[in-house]
Design a protein around this ligand. Sequence first.
Ligand SMILES: N[C@@H](CCC(=O)N[C@@H](CS)C(=O)NCC(=O)O)C(=O)O
Length: 194
Amino acid sequence: MRLYTFTITPNNRKVEAFVRHFDLPVDVHHVSFKDRETQSPEYLAINPMARVPALVDGDFRLWESNAILTYLATMFPQTKALPADPRGRADADRWLHWQSCHLMPAMGALKVADEKDVSAVTPLLKVLDQQLQGRDYVLGSLSVVDFAICAYLITKMGRKLDYSTCPNVAAWLARMENLKGFVETQVKMPPAAA
Ligand SMILES: N[C@@H](CCC(=O)N[C@@H](CS)C(=O)NCC(=O)O)C(=O)O
């Protein structure tokens, strides 16, 4: 299997962190935007959306980060990262959709508008905080959902949010960012010029 990625963005980091956390036998390839690799005919044949991440498994080509996460968790059941029973799976899907339909747009709006306007994000953090009450991870045990959501909240923007009224989220984030997968995908910025 080969993963085409670009660690620095949340949709990519969530997948790469998952691969690295569980030491999955996946060849991680960092695409070159400078060389317009995602615009090349070869890459467009993998992902016509010209975006990353994308996964190639033999003749199967998959894009959309959350679909890649659930595929990897299914192909590598030793990760125990995706419930198999119908209700557990629906619960996982619910939170993956929540991340892409609610959290991602709210974080995106934060980026382009006034960085101090957190009104769209605060109610979402409260919902997440409620879910994490009495749980170490969003579904109880570590799953694809934690990778999908955490990657958004440990961005530069995510770190600036006020978690003082969401203690369960704060504790979960501290647990998550110490996971091998997230430690190994930290992007080290070059030191600022003197
Ligand atoms: N919904 C997609 C979003 C993929 C996406 O937008 N990827 C961005 C990086 S996060 C990208 O490849 N941008 C490059 C471009 O638009 O040229 C997913 O979750 O995989």
